[in-house]
Design a protein around this ligand. Structure first.
Ligand code: ADP
Length: 198
């Protein structure tokens, strides 16, 4: 049976949201490497899970060893990387699940594409903001050092552009706040948006 030509419809998103007692959204974290996307994403997932929400965390490193393991870092591949992630997030969303996406997603164009796939209403853009200097000093994965010596090419912030988001839904300045403060601010923003009204 072909789903598209069948008169039987799959169970809808509202029913699934009811079942999970939550509203599905896509929380899109954008920012430089080392800005804090994964740290915040992991903590946020834990906090939301504790409160009874079902959350899927998608992260750059995880996706690049799995579904996108054939993609590199050219402009075209970055676009395709984000396109697939946005489509996967949409599938989770239509299953009633809250998705937290932690991806550099460096350009206005790339984020606009993600937003258009997911839909304006459901796409919550969170800018994880820290200066290049701070991220480079953190250099937790040693990638900035490699980018500076040319061992890694097309590295965001060094040899590849990052457009500061023009109108994000939330800005988290990780070079001015502790992890705990940052996660609390994210929680305060997100909880009302994913809580199902009685
Ligand atoms: P990204 O996923 O953006 O590449 P990571 O989360 O892997 O970044 O690394 C961010 C680093 O910055 C971690 O070592 C984290 O402990 C540190 N950090 C300092 N302050 C904050 C903050 N307020 N929020 C998130 N991370 C922070």
């Amino acid at each position: 049976m072909n789903l598209y030509f069948s008169d039987q419809k799959p169970v809808g998103r509202p029913e699934k949201e009811q079942r999970l007692n939550q509203k599905a959204k896509v929380i899109w974290m954008t920012g430089l490497s080392g800005s804090g996307k994964t740290t915040i994403g992991l903590a946020l997932e834990k906090e939301l899970y504790k409160r009874g929400f079902l959350v899927m965390l998608l992260d750059g490193d995880l996706v690049r060893i799995g579904i996108n393991n054939n993609l590199r870092f050219s402009v075209e591949d970055r676009m395709e990387n984000i396109r697939r992630i946005a489509e996967v997030s949409k599938l989770f969303m239509n299953c009633g699940i809250v998705t937290i996406d932690c991806f550099i997603s460096p350009t206005n164009k790339i984020r606009a594409m993600a937003k258009s796939i997911i839909g304006e209403e459901d796409f919550l853009e969170v800018f994880i903001s820290a200066s290049l200097e701070v991220c480079e000093n953190r250099d937790i994965k040693g990638l900035y050092a490699k980018a500076r010596t040319g061992e890694i090419l097309e590295f965001t912030g060094i040899s590849s552009p990052f457009d500061v988001p023009a109108d994000p839904d939330l800005v988290l300045k990780t070079d001015e706040m502790t992890v705990e403060e940052t996660v609390q601010k994210a929680l305060d923003f997100i909880l009302p948006k994913i809580t199902l009204q009685e």
